[in-house]
Design a protein around this ligand. Structure first.
Ligand code: ADP
Ligand code: MG
Length: 231
């Protein structure tokens, strides 16, 4: 397994947001996590990817338990193996698309070649916009730059938190097609979404409710996810 989450709990103050979540993600698997707003989807994704420490339970990525790593070790694991895409793109406004894609590698003092950056931008269909700043790009194009940034260091797992949440249908479909290509390429994807049609593209869908896995569905269609969320 690429990811193994065992009885993960997460508490903020006296609010118990996650109450014993267990799940695993296989190599090349596309897992979607759905659930009502406030059900703990983002918190789960952040704990799974080492952005937030767990309060109880454990998260193992590629055999390493996150809680046993030093800050530096965790940063290294994230940099070498994980990519992250957010609803709000999180690009640096003053940097071109090319420099945004290069930034994580440069911050980590890890070499990234011009060819690697060009390849990442070409993969998301933006080879011709490498010199554009985010303000000159549409929302969909900005999200594709964010995906190129996440893929530039060839992660084993791509995490995406509502990656289509700010996009219109067409731009959202393009982003989902790209995520599909990441999966076809043999990497794992964990995507949080409240778009049931987006979730229906996944191999497996977890319905989160009140901080626990309420249902787990294998290759469901949007209607089956909708039903599982309601019952
Ligand atoms: P979702 O992504 O499903 O909408 P979240 O994981 O963002 O849900 O939030 C779940 C609950 O945890 C919410 O009640 C939210 O207010 C709370 N929460 C999330 N992050 C924090 C934080 N950093 N501090 C305090 N409470 C938080
Ligand atoms: Mg969220």
């Amino acid at each position: 397994m690429v990811i193994e989450v065992d009885r993960l709990g997460k508490t903020f103050g006296d609010t118990e947001v996650l109450r014993g979540v267990s799940l695993s993600v296989a190599p090349g698997e596309f897992l979607a996590i759905v659930g009502p707003s406030g059900s703990g989807k983002s918190t789960l994704l952040y704990c799974m990817s080492g952005l937030e420490p767990a309060t109880s339970g454990s998260v193992r990525i590629l055999g390493t338990t996150l809680g046993t790593l030093s800050r530096g070790g965790l940063a290294e694991l994230r940099r070498d193996h994980l990519g992250f895409v957010f609803q709000s793109y999180n690009l640096i406004p003053s940097l071109t698309a090319r420099d945004n894609v290069a930034l994580p590698a440069r911050l980590a003092r890890r070499g990234i070649s011009g060819a690697d950056i060009d390849r990442a931008l070409a993969e998301v269909g933006l080879a011709d916009r490498a010199d554009a700043r985010p303000s000159a790009l549409s929302g969909g194009q900005q999200q594709r730059v964010a995906i190129a940034r996440a893929l530039a260091l060839r992660p084993d797992v791509l995490f995406a938190d509502e990656p289509t949440g700010a996009l219109d249908t067409t731009a959202g479909e393009q982003v989902l097609d790209l995520i599909g290509k990441v999966v076809a390429d043999g990497r794992s994807v964990v995507m949080v979404t409240h778009d049931l049609r987006a979730a229906a593209r996944a191999d497996r869908v977890l319905v989160l409710r009140d901080g626990v896995v309420h249902r787990e569905l294998d290759h469901p269609d949007a209607a089956a996810i909708f039903t599982a969320m309601g019952d």
